[in-house]
Design a protein around this ligand. Sequence first.
Ligand code: 1CP
Length: 339
Amino acid sequence: MSEPTSRFLRACRGLDVDATPVWFMRQAGRSLPEFRALRDKWAFFDVVRSAELTAEVTMQPVRRLGVDAAILFSDIVVPLMAIGVEVEMRPGVGPVFPEPFRTEADLARLRPLEPLDAPYVTDAVKVLVAELDVPLIGFAGAPFTVASYLVEGGPSRTYTRTKALMYGEPDLFRRLLFALADLAVSSLRGQIGAGAAAVQLFDSWAGALAPDDYRTHVLPATRRVFEGLADLDVPRIHYGLGTGLLLGDIAASGADVVGLDFHVHLDEARDVVGGLAVQGNLDPSVCLAPWDVVAGRVDDVLARAGGRPGHVFNLGHGVLPETDPAILRRVVERVHGGR
Ligand code: 1CP
């Protein structure tokens, strides 16, 4: 393995850096006026299915905020759409599946993802790698989080049907999660093959589970995703919200970097994940406060990281749409050592 030169990739590897690298989950999106202007003209999936529009939206936050990494603009449901599962993106709601996953017969709808199913993704990655001067992060949804949308039929607060399936039909649940793991592996391998320099697996809603259930019913499929990438030399980041009690298990998932949400103190969480690098973990809503409050909280995260190698600064979840991008820019500058 050759030593990377970019701050972001060096921090993912636990190597020393000239300044702490920073990027923001959901850095492309509603907080940017240029994103809103583009979305006034194009539907969400029109953007996703166009390599040119995807590349443009992916680069918007890199230009405006000065972040150390770009993340491909797409969505965790795109591989399902690419294999022919019907999905709608409802404004103000999120992804909706008109025909949710209900029975064993629905497994037949989850055929393998072939490279030609989503050429717009790999084309966008190639355009971006040629144009960006920071690394591009590819991503996929983790099996549990994608299953929650597919089983519930859309966003949920309680994950009732998903948990009912997990407890009531554990074997079918396992087969569903392993099918989604294979989908994530194919999608991530395609993105890495096209030039993505790191990948993040979003298990955003894993925090809905008790540790024993996570370990028994979810962790094996998540491990399968990381095992499926083990021969590729790119850092693998795992992120989930509300995962404070799951961090020990997540650290054993095969990830190289553990994304921390804002419910945990970074220094304490680091003790739990052993030698792995960490990413996080400013509360996104802090960015709606006056600058002196934001600055204090940024400094607190940095103090808890203590200048030790292996920290990528990020939010503890995605940028809120109400966020002023000028504040995000100032956060980047402060993390890099400015005031
Ligand atoms: O119309 C719009 O523009 C809708 C807003 C939006 C955006 C900007 C959606 C719908 N998806 C995205 C892009 C997106 N989604 C990215 C790339 C942008 C970036 O990070 O800069 C990524 C990485 C995702 C991944 C994603 N989609 C996750 C995991 C990350 C997280 O925030 O936890 C999840 C849970 C989704 C589902 C989803 N897609 C969109 C929405 C509004 C949601 C959440 C719905 C819910 O609350 O359950």
